[in-house]
Design a protein around this ligand. Structure first.
Ligand code: UGA
Ligand code: MN
Length: 253
């Protein structure tokens, strides 16, 4: 099956670096379709050029987060959900597209995480919803479904952050059969849920906890890390900009 990876992304100094890192991982995956959704009113030149110079199957969409839901410059990042508008736009696109194509697997791949190629091989086994450990998230070295190695079933979760969530998983910790999106039209993300409940919000429409399929050797292997890129120090650049200059005139970074 084709793996559809949905990636929200937004303009910032590290954007091209993030997309390049993901791109070079995804190039290794056969039958891969990258859906990149910019948090922007328009498709930007940077991302458009990025794909023009790429050799990957992709869909490029723009869907801006409404201003009242956008994080302010000094807001802590847990204040508002990120990626809601973008992932929903991708789901709308995908639900149309799936009518004319074959089966697939859908994964939400944020632009700052680190993905092992092995993760995508695991996804090929998915019947409904596959789950696996995610490294460096939720205040832990690893957050993972607890897998019974006799029955190969998910019997709990080790999450420390909001463990009472219906599905205490990070966005990077599951992927689903695309068919479930067509069968469950109401499955999407929402601004009307508590912080950290986006994963539970979509999953509650498509699967029950006892149907989850543990992957990555009964959830004993880490194939994805919730890395977060540090904002670069651009203090000298700021001084240049004040003087009407820039280091990056005529050169895209
Ligand atoms: C955690 C989860 O891993 C995310 O999947 C979840 O969306 C987020 O929390 C949340 O609670 O909303 P975190 O690392 O804090 O992740 O989130 P980011 O990586 O900053 O953002 C998630 C995605 O949204 C990224 O692909 C990012 O590029 C995108 N984003 C972020 C936007 O499109 N617009 C923004 O203004 C900010
Ligand atoms: Mn992130």
């Amino acid at each position: 099956p084709t793996i559809y990876a949905i990636t929200p992304t937004f303009a910032r100094p590290v954007q091209k670096a993030e997309l390049t890192r993901l791109y070079q991982t995804f190039l290794h995956i056969p039958n891969f379709h990258w859906i990149v959704v910019e948090d922007s009113e328009i498709k930007t030149k940077l991302v458009t050029r990025f794909f023009e110079n790429s050799s990957i199957i992709y869909t490029h969409i723009a869907a801006a987060t409404p201003p009242n839901y956008k994080l302010g410059r000094n807001d802590p990042n847990w204040k508002k959900p990120r990626g809601v508008e973008q992932r929903n736009a991708a789901l709308r696109w995908l639900r149309e597209y799936l009518k004319v194509t074959d089966r697939g697997i859908v994964y939400f791949a944020d632009d700052d995480n680190t993905y092992s190629i092995k993760l995508f091989h695991e996804m090929e086994k998915i019947q409904k919803v596959g789950v696996w450990p995610v490294g460096l998230v939720g205040g832990l070295m690893v957050e993972k479904p607890i897998c019974d190695n006799v029955t190969n079933k998910v019997i709990g979760f080790n999450a420390a952050w909001k463990p009472d969530r219906p599905f205490p998983l990070d966005m990077a910790g599951f992927a689903m059969n695309a068919r479930l999106l067509l069968e469950n039209k109401e499955a999407m993300f929402s601004y009307d849920v508590e912080g950290g409940y986006q994963e539970s919000e979509i999953l509650r429409h498509i699967v029950s906890r006892d149907e989850l399929e543990p992957l990555a050797d009964c959830c004993t292997k880490v194939y994805v890390w919730h890395t977060r890129t540090e904002p670069p120090q651009l203090n000298v650049e700021q001084l240049l900009i004040k003087k009407g200059k820039r280091s990056n005139v005529g050169i895209e970074v």
